[in-house]
Every structure is written in structure tokens, then in C-alpha cells.
Design a protein around this ligand. Structure first.
Ligand code: A3P
Length: 474
């Protein structure tokens, strides 16, 4: 358990003008100490954490008007959402210039905690900075209980009703104006399948260009994409393309956005937009991982119209792991194609997304020559990353590179930072909570769920998947 003694010493610590000035330099000062593995002071860590919280409070919708202090709770008092938690963590780590392994602070007995005090965050950070080796050994945090998932048992009738709630796009099938684009690679999976981790691992290979989710293939033209991906969440889903242009052209976010707005205004075809991205890659293979493509076989077929012999990586994960992950995330409000409220529980929605996405992907696979298809599981990737990356490299015809199995090195090259804010990368925010590839994450669901909660259609597909090369029952 994280000790409370240290934080109790500081519980009456108040913010003042001089404190604020002090925090301007404390990040740099602390980063230097961390770099030089010098002892860090509790007051410095607290200053840094409070500074991060103050910055975040400028964007969080909160009624909190008191002064920050150790007992203040992030959710109950400050109104933090899970995204704010991740933003806090990314900001702290950025200011420290090191990963802290906050996953261990947020987990208790395999569940995510529901709230934490500022004192707990300070104590945990201090403890990790004082003993970095401890990152490997999970630390327990006392906190309220997390939500249990009730087990649904879905039927084909449920699946048929659910399918009418998803309104996937009908891709138009127009070939790019210059003919088919060069080969690209698509990572196909339902959401919450470890796709961000795989994307970032692939991005570690200098022969590949694997940006955050592009959300391009689902649309015929860039103006159609702009109209569909609207609002705050839509804005975030459009950022992968912005981040790509920033990376390949060394541009600012404004420059990249201006080009995309121009493409939208001219109604540029999405096939031509892909050509634009690929023209900057200097021969590197473009990898597009966007989980929502799997919502429709029509969208998947579009890849065959746009690219010359594209390659497909089918990423699978045990449905119980995906369902548990979905329930823990705020995904329902992030899904662009989903109805937010429906007759189904979130676990049932998750299971049907797993089922429909994998069914679509496997139906599409029947139309693709087997040498252009490769399946891999999240469970295999986290348990034996090097062997799986070697296998995927052989499939893609590129050399294996050792950086692929160090996904937390070189954030910029891997585009794990967002466009305007580090933690707003489109994709899995939980990627930021880990500090290394975590094999235990694959079996965590076993503490709370069992296959008995799964419906017959899901079990049948699970058996089919697990009988292939991509094992999910490990
Ligand atoms: P959990 O929610 O079960 O932890 P996606 O990117 O497709 O949405 O997948 C998200 C899942 O990938 C989450 O699963 C997340 O924790 C897991 N993940 C992200 N980074 C990871 C890492 N470094 N090691 C193991 N799992 C990771």
C-alpha cells in the first residue's frame, strides 16, 4: 500500500503566489535530478503534481474552487474523467522526462480504482522516483471498489437487432485518380484488442510508417469524412491524419490542418488523400490501423479498390478481455458509428462489437489471397513480442528491428503524442498508463469474467479463431 505518512505531513500545504512561481522551475529541476538519479524531495514532487493539476483544471468542467491539498479527490472533488486521469499521468511523466508506471497506482486487485487523492498521486510518484526498480513490482493502492461486469448471454436475435443500430457507411468504391496506390498494410480488429500497442510497435520499424488512427477508408471523399466526424470526439478522430502530415513534412498542426481543410473544401477523394500521404513516405509502407473499418465489409473492400495488393493483419483478442476492456473504458462515448443508448448492456454491446467486427473481417478474408493475410493475437504479442514482430515483419517483407519491442522509446517518432496535447493521441489512452509491454494485461479478465458469460454465436467464432494460428486462449 502507498504510505500516507508523507502526504499527511503536507496535507495543509496551500497554494500561494510564491508557490506558483516556484512551480515554473520545479519541473526542470526535478527532471535534472531524475536524469542524474539524484534523490528527489517530497515538496518538489508535490509542487510538480499540483502544477499539473492546476493546468488541467483550466480545461476540466469543475465546480472546485478551494485550494489544492493532499486530501482532495480527483474524481469526487475535481470532477476528473478517465481521460483527465490519463492526461495528468502523461503530463507528470513528460515533466519528469521518465515513465513512472502509473498503471500500478490505478490498479487494485486487477481492477481500476474509482478515485484517488492528490496525496496518493504525490506519494506514488515519489516512491517510484526514489525506487525506479519498483516499476516492475505492482504497488497496491487503497481505494473504492471498481464496477463488476454482469454477464450477458447474447443470441443471434440480439445480434440481428444490434446490427440495425450500427449504421456503417457504404463505401463508394472509386479508384484513386492516378490509378491504384502503392501497397499499404491494414491492421483490422475490433476496438480494445491491443491495436494501439501493436500500431506503436510497428511504428518502431524504420521501414514502416504507422500513424495514429487515420479514419479515411470509411469515406469516399474528405468532405464526407469531415461531415461525419464532427464534434469534439470527431475532431479527435480526424487528428491521426493531421499528426501524419506533421511527421512526414515537419509541419506544425496549423499547417497540416490547413492542407486537410483544403482537401475537404475541394472534396478530394480519400484514395487521392492516401496517395498524398504515401508520396511523402520515401518507400516506407503505410500502416493504417483504424478499428472502426471492421464495422462493414464494404469499408474493408475499399482497401482492395484503393491499393495495389494491400496486406492485412487480423488482430484478435479473447472476447472476455475485449469486453472487460470496453467496460472499463469510456468507449461508448467515443464510438463514432454507435448509438450511445440502446436496449443492451455495455457488456452485451462490447460482445456484439467483437462478434460483428471479427465476422466482417473473416468474411472479407475469404476474398483475399492467403499470402496477403496474417493473423496474430494480442495475447501472443504481449507474451512473446519478439517472435510475433519477427513473424509480422516476414509477412510484410521488411526487416525486423529491435525498437519494435520497445514501444515506449521515442514518443515522437511513434506519434504517441497527440497533435496539440500529448495525451490526446487517437487510439487507446491506456497505452500511456503502461510503461512496458505488460504480459499480465492479457489474462487480467480471468479474475472477473469467464467464457460462460458468452453467447453461443461468440463461442462458436472464438473456437474458430483459436483453432487457427492466432491463439487467444493462452
Ligand atoms: P485493457 O483495457 O484490457 O487493459 P486498443 O488499443 O485496441 O483499444 O486496445 C486497448 C488494450 O490494449 C487495453 O487493454 C490496454 O491496456 C492494452 N494495452 C495498451 N498498452 C499496453 C501495454 N503496453 N501492454 C499490455 N497491454 C497494453
Amino acid at each position: 500500500m502507498v504510505g500516507h505518512a508523507a502526504y499527511l505531513l503536507l496535507k495543509d500545504y496551500k497554494h500561494s503566489h510564491s508557490y506558483r512561481e516556484h512551480t515554473d522551475v520545479v519541473g526542470v529541476h526535478l527532471k535534472d535530478k531524475v536524469n542524474q538519479t539524484m534523490a528527489v524531495a517530497l515538496s518538489d514532487v508535490e509542487s510538480l503534481v499540483f502544477e499539473v493539476i492546476e493546468e488541467l483544471l483550466e480545461t476540466v468542467d469543475t465546480d472546485f474552487e478551494d485550494e489544492l491539498a493532499g486530501p482532495v479527490l480527483l474524481v469526487a472533488d475535481l470532477g476528473f474523467s478517465s481521460i483527465d486521469f490519463v492526461q495528468m499521468i502523461v503530463s507528470i511523466e513528460e515533466k519528469l522526462g521518465t515513465k513512472v508506471g502509473f498503471q500500478d497506482m490505478l490498479m487494485q486487485d486487477g481492477k481500476y480504482v474509482e478515485d484517488l487523492s492528490l496525496g496518493q498521486v504525490v506519494d506514488f510518484t515519489l516512491q517510484r522516483l526514489s525506487n525506479p526498480v519498483a516499476s516492475a513490482a505492482p504497488v497496491q493502492v487503497s481505494a473504492p471498489v471498481a464496477v463488476e461486469s454482469a454477464g450477458p448471454t447474447i443470441t443471434e436475435d440480439d445480434v440481428a437487432r444490434f446490427t440495425t443500430l450500427i449504421k456503417p457507411r457504404k463505401a463508394a468504391g472509386v479508384t484513386p485518380s492516378g490509378g491504384k496506390n502503392p501497397r499499404a498494410v491494414f491492421v483490422l480488429s475490433p476496438p480494445r484488442s491491443g491495436s494501439t500497442l501493436l500500431r506503436v510497435m510497428l511504428a518502431g520499424n524504420p521501414e514502416l510508417f504507422a500513424p495514429p488512427e487515420l479514419h479515411v477508408l470509411s469515406y469516399a471523399s474528405m468532405d464526407e469524412r469531415r461531415a461525419d466526424l464532427d464534434g469534439e470526439r470527431g475532431d479527435q478522430l480526424r487528428e491521426g491524419a493531421v499528426r501524419s502530415l506533421m511527421q512526414t513534412r515537419g509541419w506544425s498542426a496549423e499547417q497540416a490542418r490547413a492542407l486537410i481543410e483544403d482537401c475537404e473544401a475541394r472534396g478530394e477523394g480519400t484514395g487521392d488523400f492516401y496517395a498524398r500521404l504515401q508520396a511523402d513516405l520515401g518507400g516506407r509502407l503505410l500502416v493504417d490501423k483504424t478499428p472502426t473499418y471492421a464495422f462493414s465489409v464494404d469499408i474493408l473492400r475499399q482497401a482492395e479498390n484503393y491499393f495495389d495488393d494491400p496486406l492485412y493483419i487480423h488482430l484478435v483478442r479473447h472476447p472476455c478481455g475485449m469486453i472487460r476492456s470496453y467496460e472499463e473504458s469510456d468507449l461508448t462515448r467515443m464510438m463514432p458509428l454507435m448509438m450511445k443508448s440502446s436496449e443492451f448492456s455495455s457488456a452485451a454491446v462490447a460482445e456484439m462489437i467483437w462478434l460483428l467486427s471479427n465476422r466482417n473481417i473473416m468474411q472479407f478474408a475469404e476474398q483475399v489471397p492467403s499470402q496477403r493475410w496474417c493473423s496474430v493475437s494480442y495475447e501472443q504479442i504481449v507474451s512473446d513480442p519478439q517472435a510475433q514482430m519477427t513473424r509480422l515483419c516476414d509477412f510484410m517483407g521488411v526487416n525486423y528491428h529491435q525498437d519494435m519491442i520497445h514501444p515506449y522509446s521515442d514518443n515522437n517518432a511513434r506519434m504517441t503524442d497527440g497533435v496539440d496535447s500529448s495525451s490526446k493521441m487517437s487510439g487507446d489512452l491506456k497505452f500511456h498508463l503502461h510503461s512496458q509491454i505488460d504480459p499480465a494485461a492479457a489474462s487480467r479478465w480471468r479474475q472477473f469474467c469467464s467464457e460462460s458469460m458468452l453467447g453461443q454465436p461468440t463461442l462458436a467464432l472464438l473456437d474458430q479463431i483459436d483453432a487457427g494460428l492466432a491463439k487467444v486462449r493462452m
